[in-house]
Design a protein around this ligand. Structure first.
Ligand SMILES: Nc1ncnc2c1ncn2[C@@H]1O[C@H](COP(=O)(O)OP(=O)(O)OP(=O)(O)O)[C@@H](O)[C@H]1O
Ligand SMILES: [Mg+2]
Length: 478
């Protein structure tokens, strides 16, 4: 993807591309469709401009991702492909609390860009630090619930934001002038994940560490929606306290060690009008171990609901109707499917209850093997019981009821029973449907006195000892 503004140089034995900055001057036309009106702002990954769609005369915001210096041509192409994929997934989100993605493409100069709906308003970061008075608690909770609506929608399809922060929570106005929260930059951090890793290797800090969940710092690949719950709680904490819990030094290694190890400073010391159960709910979202947090955005919304204004009711309804988090989440991120969202705030046992209510997982291969083994053993046991116990009883002549042997009679041992003849000490009269039942019952008692020249060795199929009153069945006749 070599554009006209690019030059190339060899570095570290790889073909590294150095690109001229993208041209985002007012009047420039992007992709033959959008004319840039003005620059709105710049962030860590790129520049955002306001533009107008030439045919539809519609105002849009375009984010041009300028990050990418020091990448090879192959990496650049991989990034562009990943970028398109992620943008497509994000564009499929339907919540009105996710900024609409309208288009995605790559500039001639090689920089990818995203076209979004244009929003009027300000970010939560701006409101937090520019409003003359602290934002009322109820209002902050209302914003949080709208963000949770966006998260519930995204988590249901397996999309994790990964970069929630006050600057990505945009406060716009909906119909009737009601505050409408739009979450920005969904999927952008994932679009840039590969590039970020490369930059991190070279020592640069990419992404917003100050809002990153501990597990995301340790292994960004394995995060699930609970990492977003952590980030949102920090955003809400900061909006209430007007300060990040770990202070002003949120850009360096100190914030990493603080997030990984330090307890969250009590919110009520900074903002005494926060009700204790609300603080408990936020602390639950800020548990260092993700399995101790709420299990889903749905559950978190239920915990925040009592502290919201009546304006949040329709949003809460929307969240309740949201499908549970997608199954592709990391182990332990269970959905609360089938169970009403818990309103408990501080007890980790709620997550255990939700786990119990979650649908059972598919049977593990080990359990399946054990069940198959037990079934096979039972079947074999039944067959053996039939051959060695039931069948001999069926073969006994109905007219012979053996009596217990006389005290002087030799006692049959297990060894003798296992010999070529099967001993029968007591035989109940049983009707025999088998071929042996066709023999004359009268012949049975007199079997020992039958002529030795009998051609059929199984007629009779036993040897009768009148002294012990025991019949020994010939195994070859069974
Ligand atoms: N759709 C939009 N409509 C209007 N303004 C927007 C829109 N998207 C972003 N902005 C604004 O553009 C500015 C730059 O946003 P950008 O996302 O680049 O910065 P950031 O969020 O501070 O950093 P990062 O790149 O880490 O997300 C911000 O002030 C943001 O509010
Ligand atoms: Mg942003």
């Amino acid at each position: 993807m070599q554009g006209p503004g690019n030059t190339q140089r060899m570095a570290h034995a790889a073909l590294v591309t150095v690109r001229a900055p993208p041209n985002v001057k007012p009047g420039t036309v992007i992709g033959d469709k959008y004319r840039i009106e003005r620059e709105i702002g710049r962030g860590g990954f790129g520049v955002v401009v306001r533009a107008i769609h030439l045919t539809l005369d519609q105002r849009v915001a375009i984010k041009v991702l300028t990050e990418g210096e020091g990448t090879t041509e192959t990496e650049w192409a991989e990034d562009a492909a990943r970028f398109r994929r992620e943008a497509k997934a994000t564009a499929a989100l339907r919540s009105e609390h996710v900024v609409r993605v309208l288009d995605v493409d790559v500039l001639d100069s090689g920089y990818p860009y995203i076209v979004m709906e244009y929003l009027d308003g300000k970010t939560l970061h701006d409101l937090t630090y520019t409003s003359p008075a602290p934002i009322p608690v109820e209002e902050v909770v209302d914003y949080g619930i709208q963000v949770l609506a966006a998260l519930a929608d995204a988590h249901a399809v397996g999309i994790v934001h990964r970069d929630l922060k006050p600057a990505n929570v945009f406060l716009s106005t909906g119909i009737g002038g009601t505050p409408l929260v739009k979450v920005l930059d969904f999927g952008v951090s994932k679009m840039l994940a590969a590039a970020s890793q490369r930059l991190t290797r070279t020592g640069a800090v990419v992404g917003t560490l100050a809002y990153m969940a501990p597990e995301q710092m340790l292994d960004a690949k394995r995060v699930d929606g609970r990492a977003d719950l952590w980030s949102l709680a920090l955003v809400l904490y900061e909006a209430l306290a007007r300060a990040h819990p770990f202070g002003a030094h949120t850009a360096g290694p100190k914030v990493v060690t603080a997030i990984l190890n330090d307890p969250i400073p009590p919110l009520r010391e900074r903002r005494p009008d926060v009700p204790p159960p609300l603080e408990a709910a936020l602390l639950r979202m800020l548990e260092k171990a993700p399995e101790l947090r709420f299990t889903s955005a749905i559950e978190a919304a239920a915990a925040l609901a009592p502290f919201s204004s009546p304006r949040s009711r329709p949003v809460l309804e929307e969240i309740r109707r949201a499908p549970p988090p997608s199954g592709h989440a990391a182990p332990g991120f269970v959905s609360a499917r089938g169970a009403p969202p818990s309103t408990s705030t501080a007890s980790p046992s709620a997550s255990k209850r939700a786990k119990a209510a979650a649908p059972r997982k598919a049977m593990s291969p080990v359990v399946g093997f054990l069940l198959a083994f037990i079934t096979a053993a039972l079947v074999l046991g039944l067959v053996a019981a039939f051959v060695f116990y039931v069948k001999p009883r069926l073969s006994a002549p109905p007219d012979v009821v053996a009596t217990p042997p006389a005290p002087s009679a030799p006692v049959e041992t297990a060894a003798s029973a296992a010999s070529s003849e099967v001993s029968v000490v007591s035989v109940a009269p049983v009707a025999r449907p088998s071929a042996s039942s066709e023999r004359s019952p009268a012949s049975a008692p007199s079997a020992p006195s039958r002529p030795a020249a009998s051609v059929n060795p199984c007629d009779p199929p036993f040897v009768y000892d009148p002294a012990t009153n025991v019949k020994r069945y010939k195994t070859e006749c069974l």
